[in-house]
Design a protein around this ligand. Structure first.
Ligand code: ZN
Length: 675
């Protein structure tokens, strides 16, 4: 937060530095692919969609006419599986054709797709395709590296209204489809690759009218039906732009949703069919009409299949296989599907899970291993691991083979904070020092997640999207959870969030510190402590904790920006500038960072640069009231009275009294003096 007195004092300071920009430039990789058939390619990913909630997959209690028609006009894979129940790793598998232990995106957050990976978008862009992506949730923002190969990467999300309880900022399918259709309208001639990601079936389930009423009591189904309606608009728009014989479209879910099965409510902890089975539809030249296939189809098979349909071939790095031979009844080598989740390990302090699935069996490697006969028990109710030791051995052997490609069943995993190349560049420019990824030891041993379904239930009851409990009861439940499972990071986040919501800040700080003392360490804990210290005016303590948060998680731009602002207020201008520049250099168009750079420029008496930065900040985020105020002051100083007036008016229109009560009267006076 910027104090008016501080700003006015800063304007009287001296100095000017040359400011060099830094953009990470991607190393061009030669892609030795043959020239591809110039079809338009569209990938639609449906987040958190259970295949068995679509009409075309046999669900009778829903209307999904658009996807049903799509399936009737193309091919539907009845046994399609994801390689992980987590959004970013699953998308990375679709784009690279690799298992998560090979492409190295292992969880939601904390991992960045490296520029050394080759994605579908890069392959097509390299061969002259125009590429664009429209993203439905912040978990796939460009800072995670999914933008490689995309000329347009539209990932601007609404701001989270509440930092302490934020989950994932998202935007509706209607918004995503509108943006994609607008982009399609600008296309003329060149073949295009369009990726549309819709997030609506992800919790919280809040379908808009009329779906809310129509699916009363079944809000998840309501979200799916709503999504289908929006996809209808998308498909119609694609049809208008690109005739069917010129258009290849793939529709896949990234994973499913448990909806209470096996004691899980959402997804991420387990590897059961509820979350691993996905919808997988294809349509276009080379794809038979109305074909339903029973061969296992995996997310890693998408890239080789698309390349095959375009007349190309996947490189050796790709682990998936083309599904095209199956269209002619020929065998495909997709019999074994590996899946993993590190979410229980990294988010809950339990053991990671790995599995190997065939159409007949699923083997789950856990502290207490599981085997299910999917042919007879598709709901995975009876663990038959003791009855079929030969099957277990065969599947364990297969699992070891896949695991070996990534580092083995016992494996050390380090979170990746940014693209390695970007990190090196930033380090060489002095923008970065002392950053340390977190290391996780995957041993397959520890707390078995299935022994902790009580904790999953407790979290669901306390803070699930349908929880109607009063805050005091939520806090009581979560305290009980922390006592039962004291090394579970997510319990501390939930409990701390509840305490903060009701203003019990000292208790929250104490809780976060107790987590650190129990060995639960994360950037998020440090940033929460730092925010709370800042709120109390304890700047030195805040700085120490922000520095720790930044070390663990440099892509937490909000903490970084708060740290830089605190530096600035202590006169550490160079330190502040280094961080603001890092945020922008890392690829994030983050309005507070431009506002901060404006303040740095003012410290250096470089008003033209300050003006440019404040203008950029206001352009990126018209709600950033501080930037309006700063801009108003600059305009006034440079004699641009009309603009000064409108900036002060913008500030006064949006500034919250609770936050800016002490400044508002001064700004009113400034404005009056300008009339
Ligand atoms: Zn997802």
């Amino acid at each position: 937060m910027v104090d008016m007195r501080f700003l006015l004092a800063a304007i009287c300071a001296a100095g000017l530095a040359g400011l060099g920009g830094c953009k990470s430039s991607k190393e061009e990789q030669p892609l030795a692919a043959p020239r591809l058939r110039r079809l338009n390619v569209v990938l639609v990913t449906l987040d958190t969609l259970r295949a068995d909630r679509l009409g075309c997959y046999g669900y009778k209690k829903i209307e999904t006419p658009n996807l049903d028609r799509f399936a009737a006009e193309g091919a539907l894979f009845e046994n399609a599986t994801a390689q992980t129940p987590l959004t970013p790793p699953s998308h990375a598998s679709m784009f690279t054709g690799q298992y998560p232990n090979v492409h190295k995106i292992r969880n939601t957050g904390g991992f960045v797709l490296q520029s050394s990976s080759t994605t579908m978008a890069e392959i097509l862009q390299e061969q002259g395709w125009d590429t664009a992506a429209f993203i439905g949730a912040s978990v796939l923002k460009k800072l995670f590296g999914f933008n490689q190969g995309f000329a347009v990467y539209d990932d601007q999300m609404p701001k989270p209204d509440d930092r302490m309880t934020r989950e994932y900022p998202e935007r509706s399918a209607a918004q995503v489809v509108d943006r994609a259709l607008a982009w399609l309208d600008t296309q003329s001639g060149k073949p295009f690759f369009l990726w549309v990601h819709v997030f609506d079936p992800h919790a919280p389930y809040e379908p808009p009218a009329p779906f809310r009423q129509k699916y009363a009591g079944r809000p998840y189904d309501g979200e799916v039906a709503y999504m289908d309606r929006e996809l209808g608009r998308l498909f119609a728009g694609i049809d208008r732009k690109s005739p069917p014989d010129q258009t290849l479209i793939a529709v896949l879910s990234d994973h499913g949703e448990s909806l209470g099965e096996h004691g899980e409510h959402t997804h991420g902890v387990f590897l059961y069919e509820s979350t691993i089975r996905i919808a997988f539809l294809l349509k276009g030249p080379g794809v038979p009409v109305g074909l339903r296939l029973t061969e296992q189809a995996r997310t890693i098979d998408l890239l080789p299949t698309v390349l095959n349909l375009l007349g190309g071939r996947a490189s050796r790095e790709v682990q998936g296989s083309s599904l095209v031979p199956a269209f002619a009844g020929k065998p495909v080598s997709t019999e074994h599907s590996y899946a993993e989740t590190l979410y229980p390990k990294m988010n809950m302090g339990w053991t990671e899970l790995r599995s190997m699935r065939t159409n007949r069996w699923k083997y789950i490697r856990a502290p207490r291993p599981e085997l299910y006969d999917l042919a007879r028990d598709s709901a995975e109710r009876a663990n038959v691991v003791a009855q079929f030791p030969d099957e277990v051995k065969k599947l364990e052997d297969q699992l070891r083979k896949v695991a070996a490609a990534g580092g083995g069943v016992s494996e050390k995993v380090e979170t990746s904070l940014a693209d390695k190349k970007t990190l090196d560049e930033l380090r060489s420019l002095g923008y970065l020092s002392g950053h340390a990824g977190r290391e996780f030891d995957l041993t397959g041993e520890g707390i078995d997640p299935k022994d902790r379904v009580g904790i999953l239930k407790l979290i669901h009851v306390a803070v699930g999207s349908e929880s109607g409990l009063p805050p005091a009861r939520r806090i009581e439940l979560l305290r009980q959870g922390v006592a039962e499972d004291p090394t579970n990071p997510s319990l501390y986040y939930h409990l701390g969030g509840e305490l903060e919501k009701v203003g019990r800040y000292p208790e929250a700080v104490k809780l976060y510190q107790s987590a650190l003392s129990k060995g639960v360490v994360s950037g998020r804990l440090y940033s929460r402590i730092a925010d709370l210290y800042l709120r109390e005016g304890k700047k030195d303590e805040a700085i120490i904790h922000y520095e720790k948060a930044a070390q663990f998680n440099p892509s937490d731009y909000e903490s970084q920006s708060n740290l830089a602002t605190a530096y600035l207020e202590q006169g550490r201008v160079a330190d502040a500038e280094r961080i603001f520049r890092w945020i922008i250099a890392a690829g994030e168009e983050y309005a507070p960072a431009y506002n901060g750079l404006g303040l740095v420029s003012i410290q250096r008496r470089d008003l033209p640069t300050a003006k440019v930065n404040f203008e950029r900040a206001v352009h990126l985020d018209p709600d950033l009231v501080e930037a309006h105020l700063n801009l108003g002051l600059i305009y006034r100083m440079t004699g641009d009275i009309p603009r000064a007036r409108s900036s002060f008016q913008a500030f006064l229109a949006k500034a919250a009294r609770s936050q800016y009560g002490h400044i508002i009267p001064q700004v009113r006076e400034e404005l009056a003096a300008l009339q």
